[in-house]
Design a protein around this ligand. Sequence first.
Ligand SMILES: [Fe+2]
Length: 302
Amino acid sequence: MIKISGFKISKHHSSNRIVNIQIEDKTLEKLSEKFSRFDLTAIEYKPFTRFTVAKYLDDLTNNELSKYLNDILRDRKTGCFIIGPEKITNKTDDIFLVKLSTAITHLIGTPNHDSMAGKFYARFFVKHEDKSDSYLRKAYINLDLHTDGTYVKDVTDWLMMTKIEEKNVKGGESVMLHLDDWESCDELFNDPVGRENFIWSSPKSKNVDYKVEHPVFFKDNNGLPQISYIDQFPKPKNMKQGQFLQKLSDALEGSKNKVIIKLPVGSAIIANNYFWLHGRKPFKVNKNLRRELLRIRGSFFH
Ligand SMILES: [Fe+2]
């Protein structure tokens, strides 16, 4: 494993493909001091300040961190890392975590506009009660394995999910699956229906008023499978497409090679969105259940 001063880097205990990066206290102190120059309004209103906070982070590592994070995400064998404070203190509050998430993503690429939130990131709660129209906030239902950005025109190379806080939570673990670990990948990737165009559209809360067309599977530059899929948004236009999607959904959920992760508060999962799928297990029922998440999605710098 590479060594970067101020960080503890290891393989994550859940999977050889996932790198675990802990930010040491002294690094957090320095960051917190630097970040205090800007409030969230500046970060939201002035896109260049996002790059400034990213540079603060990278400068602490002699620009080694940005190179390393990009290498992980582009490497087919890994493609995923978990990063967060080694210890949660009063300094690592929600504002700090938004800034830290902003800094990390701006070392990787440019975030897409998040239509649900109206800015480059979205913060949202999962609670006991939910009246929304998508599975994202339904605490007691499995959020099936999927990729992000399936119904938008923006390129979505990567995604970040940060856990800002949680209370009274049991269950709700993150679930990840790498395409190369998936038992049914070859069979479904080679099914001609998977290469046909599907129509994708989203429910109202997503604030996207157009539809897009694309296949479920496509090839990367080396001919390896990539996927863009979520259960709720493709609109099959015939029985053949409907059956294909059912088979795909069953094969994903039935995989024995899913990685289950209990993400600590303050930590984030960042994954390549074309060969990693993500989901969430149901929570145990609790009236006072509360989890706040932050998400950012975007494209790589080219
Ligand atoms: Fe997602």
